[in-house]
Design a protein around this ligand. Structure first.
Ligand code: NAG
Length: 170
């Protein structure tokens, strides 16, 4: 019995010929993408999704994997695909990534970047703390201080400028 076998070199050549096809258009690629960031509340913020390629290219942005409308109350997606916030809010924290897609349905995803929004520390209801109080000697007095901020602020008490320990306050 005689078997005809295609020599390996021929297979390799056919394979090479099929892969060495001259590209007909520039490759769709990302040149700039978002990275992890921490911003202060109400600040401006720009996230890049810089890309190159041929034909009509569409850029989409995702916040926690949900596609974002092209325009929101405090942001817009620019014509070159950047995500621009005018004032970052706490609700904007989370994960972001972009996707570029050309008219030939080729697509590239960016990395996922985490946005952390910090809010300044502030005392809530200062009046509650500063209103004068008259207490009899030996009576119980209670001062309370509520504060807000991200990350949550640490509260310190001072008496005439001196740090007071928790034990002493109680
Ligand atoms: C970005 O943040 C995420 C979540 O906090 C973390 O897992 C990841 O390692 C960070 N990436 C970089 C490049 O720092």
């Amino acid at each position: 019995m005689h078997e005809t076998r295609v020599p390996t070199s021929v297979i390799l050549l056919v394979f090479l010929m099929s892969t060495l096809e001259v590209p007909t258009r520039a490759e769709l690629q990302l040149l700039g993408q978002p990275g992890n960031m921490t911003v202060m509340l109400d600040r401006r913020l720009k996230l890049p999704c810089k890309h190159s390629g041929e034909g009509k290219i569409d850029v989409k942005w995702y916040h926690n994997n949900e596609e974002m409308p092209r325009r929101g109350q405090n942001y817009k997606i620019t014509h070159n695909g950047r995500l621009k916030f005018t004032q970052v809010k706490v609700i904007d924290r989370g994960k972001y990534h972009c996707k570029v897609e050309n008219e030939y349905k080729e697509r590239v995803l960016s990395r996922v970047a985490n946005l952390v929004v910090h809010a300044p520390a502030e005392v809530i209801d200062k009046h509650q703390l500063t209103r004068p109080r008259h207490v009899r000697v030996g009576a119980y007095a209670r001062l309370s201080c509520q504060a807000a901020g991200i990350p949550p602020p640490r509260i310190e008490w001072r008496k005439n400028g001196e740090l007071v320990s928790i034990i002493k306050i109680m």
